[in-house]
Ligand binder design. Structure first.
Ligand SMILES: Nc1ncnc2c1ncn2[C@@H]1O[C@H](COP(=O)(O)OP(=O)(O)OP(=O)(O)O)[C@@H](O)[C@H]1O
Ligand SMILES: [Mg+2]
Length: 443
């Protein structure tokens, strides 16, 4: 009997199927259920960092992936049932690391999705530029749920959001959240990306005023609370003419709203749900490359909605401010997991911290590293592995303590007065934020 359906394949797998059996008797049906024909699948695809079990891409015209091997779209890393892929196990973590290495490898620039499965669990990750984040939790699968789980994964890979949504957050005040949001929006726009910046700190309104844009007088409130009013109607373009090149740079802004600032949190909670901003940004996910949300320095309503709306969280800190480091850890251990547990897809995830806007000398750096070591040790005792969120390049082979820095620079601070992002006025500021964009987002 030839096995045609995924469900049948699942039922016929031996209880302890090793990788070769999962490869032969599960992965073909899995990839077919995900919408790929045999000639659209390449086994043992050379990523440039080792071979991934399968790569896939739909045929475009007469460009058949199996023949041209060009522009892979999805990677599949298979394990046997002897490998435990329950979320959090050591084998799960090793497998995720392996997948991430492939996703970022030289011949996988065009890849947008990565899947790990051992036929008992499955998880799919999205890749956007350099950023990899979960698009589902690691889901236990069996003959009963396999068809619906795979249908929902197929739905995702056939309709990928164009945008990466980033909330810029730290519970600590004055660490550079707003400055980062403004200048990142400006530099990504300069680099040809389509950007939406959201001022979701209505009490301070710093992002809106630093760009010289008018405040929203209730229209954002209305769009968030009325079912039939779109958030799109509240957009303001920020325009900057590049005279030499005779072009105009433009990114869109959802300004801070006065009505949101005036109402008490208790009242607002009757109108705004945790997922309100997330839902209302739906229109923008196929429109923009990046949606950047500036959040306030607390863990109250607006921050919670901003973090819920995001795929990833960018966390500015200051090397000489212990609280900014401890607050970053608090977000990673408590606030972000709280939101993850409310969302079906396991997002958002923290990006590694960076140091913003203070000069760092070697002795100061040593002090900061000591603090970070303590923070990581404490977290470990509490069951959290924060190492990669502080030291993303640290491996067993190379104890690299690299943390990205945006230097302290007077022209960054003063440019808010001119209502022009520093990156458009100043060559050094331009370079600093280009480095930030490249370190975190661009491949
Ligand atoms: N790289 C930098 N160099 C010099 N000054 C900076 C830099 N980054 C931020 N600043 C300045 O530090 C101050 C605080 O920055 P910012 O308002 O962006 O922080 P924030 O985290 O948004 O604050 P809040 O928590 O109040 O929202 C501002 O005056 C800003 O101009
Ligand atoms: Mg701010």
């Amino acid at each position: 009997m030839t096995i045609t359906s995924l469900r049948e394949a699942m039922q016929s797998l031996p209880e302890y199927a090793p990788e070769a059996v999962v490869n032969d008797h599960f992965s073909p049906q899995l990839l077919r259920a995900l919408g790929f024909q045999p000639e659209e699948i390449h086994p043992q695809y050379n990523t440039g960092e080792g071979a991934v079990d399968k790569a896939a891409r739909k045929t475009i015209g007469d460009d058949v992936f199996l023949n041209t091997k060009s522009n892979p779209y999805l990677l599949l890393e298979l394990k046997g049932r002897d490998v435990n892929l329950s979320e959090g196990t050591a084998q799960y973590q090793t497998t995720v690391k392996q997948l991430k290495r492939y996703l970022l490898a030289p011949y996988c620039q065009t890849v947008q999705w990565g899947i790990i499965t051992n036929s008992c669990h499955i998880q799919i990750f999205r890749k956007h530029g350099k950023v990899i984040y979960p698009a589902t939790k690691c889901i236990p699968i069996d003959a009963d749920n396999i068809d619906s789980v795979i249908a929902s994964i197929r739905q995702k890979i056939e309709n990928p959001a164009k945008a990466l949504t980033v909330a810029v957050y730290n519970n600590k005040g004055g660490v550079g959240k707003t400055t980062t949001t403004v200048n990142l929006a400006a530099i990504l726009t300069f680099l040809g990306k389509k950007v939406l910046a959201v001022d979701f700190d209505p009490n301070q309104q710093d992002l809106t005023s630093s760009l010289g844009l008018p405040l929203s007088k209730g229209s954002v409130f209305e769009a968030l609370t009325e079912r039939n009013v779109e958030l799109q109607t509240t957009l303001y373009p920020y325009k900057f003419p590049l005279k030499k090149l005779k072009v105009e740079l433009r990114f869109d802004v959802i300004p801070a709203d006065q009505k949101l600032a005036e109402k008490s949190e208790n009242i607002l909670r009757n109108h705004l749900k945790q997922n309100t901003l997330y839902r209302k940004l739906e229109f923008s996910r196929q429109e923009y490359d990046y949606i950047l949300i500036d959040a306030p320095p607390n863990w109250r309503l607006f921050s919670q909605l901003a973090v819920y709306a995001a795929d990833v969280i960018l966390i500015p800190t200051k090397h000489n401010n212990l609280f900014s480091l401890e607050n970053a850890a608090m977000a990673m251990k408590k606030f972000i997991p709280e939101v993850q547990s409310q969302k079906a897809d396991g997002s958002p995830i923290p990006l590694p911290i960076f140091f913003n806007g203070e000069k760092t000398t070697p002795p100061q750096l040593a002090v900061a590293q000591q603090e970070i070591t303590n923070i990581i040790k404490t977290a470990k005792k509490e069951g959290f592995d924060l190492l990669s969120y502080f030291y993303p390049r640290y491996t067993n082979a190379k104890r690299d303590l690299h943390i990205h820095e945006v230097p302290s620079y007077a022209n960054i601070a003063s440019s808010a007065f001119s209502r022009i992002p520093a990156v458009y006025r100043d060559r050094s500021a331009h370079e600093y934020y280009k480095d930030l964009a490249q370190e975190y987002f661009l491949q």
